[in-house]
Write a protein that binds this ligand. Structure first.
Ligand code: SF4
Length: 115
């Protein structure tokens, strides 16, 4: 009888250890899923159809000034109200191009003075 109870307790402990491992493995796989969800945004390409329509250039000095008459020297993404980035970052997020990074020295015709 005593031996049966000991075996039962050992089985219970093994079952608990197994469940702990399953929970730990599940938690770890969930963490790696979060890391994947926060992948770095891709750089906006000048050939992206929306970028083309807005005249986006990685280098604001290369803007087609004949076509985009609203461009003025000194206007660039880093001083646009739609640009979000750390201070002095080379690129950052733009509300016009969700999920993509634009160059701090870039420009497009949706430029709005930082307020
Ligand atoms: S909206 Fe502003 S930050 Fe976005 S690409 Fe155009 S100029 Fe740059």
């Amino acid at each position: 009888m005593e031996a049966t109870q000991r075996n039962s307790n050992a089985a219970s402990i093994n079952k608990r250890r197994f469940m702990f491992k399953v929970i730990a493995a599940t938690a770890l796989s969930g963490t790696s899923g979060l890391v994947r969800a926060q992948a770095k945004p891709v750089e906006l390409s000048e050939t992206d159809p929306q970028a083309v329509s807005l005249g986006y250039k990685v280098d604001a000095t290369k803007v087609d000034k004949a076509k985009f008459k609203g461009y003025q020297a000194g206007h660039q993404c880093s001083n646009c109200n739609l640009f979000k980035a750390e201070a002095n970052a080379a690129n950052g997020a733009c509300a016009i191009f969700p999920g993509k990074n634009v160059a701090a020295k870039g420009w497009c015709s949706a430029w709005i003075k930082k307020g």
